[in-house]
Design a protein around this ligand. Sequence first.
Ligand code: HEM
Length: 422
Amino acid sequence: MLNSIAQTQDDVEAGLSLYQLLDPEVLANPYPLFHRIRSADPVHWDVFLHSWVVTRYEDVIRVLRTFSADRTPTPEQLRSMGLEQLSPIAALMVKQMLFMDAPMHTRIRSLASFAFTPSRVAVLRDRIGRVADRLLDRVLDQGEMDVIAQFASPLPAIITASMLGVPEDDHEQLKVWSASFAEMLGNFQHNPDRIPGILKTVEDMTVYFRDRIREQKQHPREGLVHALLTAEVNGDKLTEEEVVANSIITMVGGQETTTNLIGNGLLTLLRHPGEMLRLRSHPALLASAVEELLRYEPPSQHTARIAPSNQMMGGKELQAGQAVIAVMAAANRDPSRFPDPDRVDLGRTDNRHLSFGWASHFCFGAPLARMEGQIAFERLVQLPNLHLQPAPLTWRTNLGLRGLTALPVSFDRRALPPQFDG
Ligand code: HEM
């Protein structure tokens, strides 16, 4: 009898674990799992992940606002876990703004903000439009494309190169590195077979950015690398190691996520043809449409923090030092915050979703990502008779960075509207 109670308990725990995401069916639509966790146990101790899993809107905000982002394992911790070969990765991460608390975080972030002046953003806007048109020009005659490979991947990769101020021709290499690093960022556990590849990526990216820094000291180019090198507040400047580490996190942060905003967002529109039509005939909805697509299918589904002290949340006692996973994708569909949360409404107002995070770590690149999303959807929804090709969809096995491996679509190339001419 005791055994069967324990078994039932295990089944319940297993049913509520984020490990369920390893099941391809759950990965294809994780939202019923998130609803289940949020209703049954909104502050849930996941025995398999050895972390708290927080799914309510208010709790996710509290975690993102007040818990510690300093979660990179120390060399001693890695050694005790038998993972000392990951040390070079941890050494890079501790210098990246995403994994720091104030005052270190405030210092790096305010120096980095020099890279996004209004004039720089205007230059990038123009560039996004031109690159989007160029990518679409290549496929218009074919009447079909894989949106991921032919548009949603190269667009952010090329724009990332411009944003950083490195040669645009390097974008394919940047994409490969970003995909490799993101693989590690998005997943709960490290696949031992992938470790050598990620170590090589870290080494190659570091050499690449050191070389670009050396070049830029001689021949400055406008962009984030140069802005990080020269930014100064009260005589304080970033070290070369900090410039390298934060160029890397910005390079990675801006690629997989933006690809997935375009891919997940377009899939959502294809699955909701009424909303697609609404956007096509009311381009003024573009800004709110991007927010709703971000809320509904967040490219970055969850993030992690450390409890800074013993404290109660949702009737549970969290201990200082315990890991907490804040599931923004669940919070975005919390019915106590968003009426009818599973409905796509491109005109939704009061849409303060958590897809870019919250508070001090709120996405550094959000203005750029929004611009890329708006320009991409503005063009894609105008493709006449756009529809999904009848092929099964496959989601990347990255549990945190949600995105498709491919999105094959067709359109009527004989009915292209005039804006696609020339
Ligand atoms: C749709 C696209 C994007 C999404 C969904 C997204 C999502 C996020 C989220 C959720 C965070 C906070 C993570 C946390 O609190 O743990 C974040 C932080 C960050 N993002 Fe983005 N991001 C996007 C695009 C970009 C772009 C284009 C860039 C580069 C320009 C970028 C660079 C960063 C950086 C550097 C941080 C760390 C900020 C900090 O720690 O202060 N992201 N992003």
